[in-house]
Design a binder for this molecule. Structure first.
Ligand code: NCD
Length: 334
């Protein structure tokens, strides 16, 4: 496998799913699958841990997180990176009135990478631009920026989709149904944008009318002549889908929750399983509430637990690219 880094400009920050093209995605997924082979032996894992023990990362998560936090922390540990964390701005000097910019500049004095989740849309871009003008321009990874973007989730979603649809010829030409709070769901926004890299894909956005996708996403998808449809016909959409991406209501954000009383009509229940295509992949970024019936967990089409684990390995691969050591994890067999 050719090292991507030698052909393309190195990846500095991970801020938005719009920054990735198809060549990068293909490279990242091959790299991820290669790295997973190191997990098969003690020697392999020891080797991975020997790669970045001289690096430190800060996990700055001022919004709740289970999977994204733990998978990034685990990804750091797998590569030997020391990870420190702030999980609540009220325990940092922001409580004393320090600006978020000053707080993050302070972290950059101590670490080589900042992975951040915050309720503020586009904060990551602001911080990355600010740090780029300082003598310590440490890379920023956006691990969720308010209702705006969650690019690494989209990267792991596509990896899971590609693996799940492998025997059906991959993602190209497939119909993907996204369900839920499409207006405020950042994973939906990042994933929809990333899917424009695959030819012939159609997205069916199924939601109550008040949870339809936001205007900017609609305009971007239309401008790129991407095939999509917005519908309230949940049953029709899931029956036509090669993959279903369920999401929960994002009611931690301000805004209209008026569609919430209709939401139960967009729940995927075990009773729906006979309507789905035989090979349909069911994904969910998790956490779930009632929109995804736990009785579906046993069905072979349920891919969300795998999706969770895939996330850790995609993040390991991203870290190797970010630190420029991806050429050291291309070993054939261990
Ligand atoms: C998502 C998030 O935080 O945006 N979860 C995740 O990162 N795995 C989705 C959600 O919270 O609904």
């Amino acid at each position: 496998m050719d090292a991507f880094a030698s052909e393309q400009p190195p990846v500095r920050h991970i801020l938005s799913s719009s920054q990735f093209d198809r060549a990068f995605l293909d490279y990242l997924y091959t790299l991820t699958t290669t790295i997973r082979r190191f997990d098969k032996s003690r020697e392999g894992l020891n080797y991975l841990r020997s790669l970045l023990p001289h690096k430190r990362a800060m996990l700055y998560f001022t919004q709740p997180s289970t999977r994204t936090f733990l998978s990034f922390q685990s990804a750091c540990h797998i590569l030997g990176i020391t990870a420190s964390e702030i999980r609540d701005a009220s325990t940092s000097s922001e409580r004393k009135g320090e600006s978020v910019e000053d707080s993050l500049r302070t972290f950059s004095s101590y670490v080589d990478l900042i992975i951040m989740r915050s309720p503020i849309a586009r904060l990551c871009e602001r911080i990355a631009t600010m740090l780029d003008e300082t003598p310590r321009p440490v890379p920023i990874i956006n691990a969720g920026s308010g209702p705006d973007e969650h690019p690494t989730q989209a990267l792991l979603d596509i990896y899971t989709l590609a693996r799940s649809l492998r025997e059906m010829g991959g993602i190209e030409g497939k119909t993907i149904c996204m369900v839920g709070d499409l207006k405020r769901g950042r994973t939906v926004r990042s994933l929809a944008r990333l899917l424009t890299n695959y030819d012939g894909v159609k997205i069916l956005f199924a939601s109550p009318p008040s949870f339809r996708i936001a205007d900017d996403l609609r305009q971007d998808l239309s401008a790129s002549r991407f095939d999509f449809e917005e519908t309230t016909d949940f049953a029709g959409a899931i029956a036509a889908a090669d993959a279903i991406y369920m999401t929960r209501i994002q009611d931690e954000y301000e805004g209209d929750n008026a569609g919430a009383q209709d939401y139960h009509r967009y729940h995927l229940r075990a009773e729906h399983l006979p309507m789905l295509k035989a090979d349909c992949a069911i994904l969910h970024p998790l956490p779930r509430r009632d929109e995804l019936d736990p009785r579906i967990d046993q069905d072979p089409r349920a891919k969300y637990w795998r999706q969770e684990r895939n996330g850790m390995w995609v993040r390991v691969a991203l870290l190797t690219i970010l630190f420029g050591i991806d050429d050291r994890v291309q070993l054939p067999d261990l």
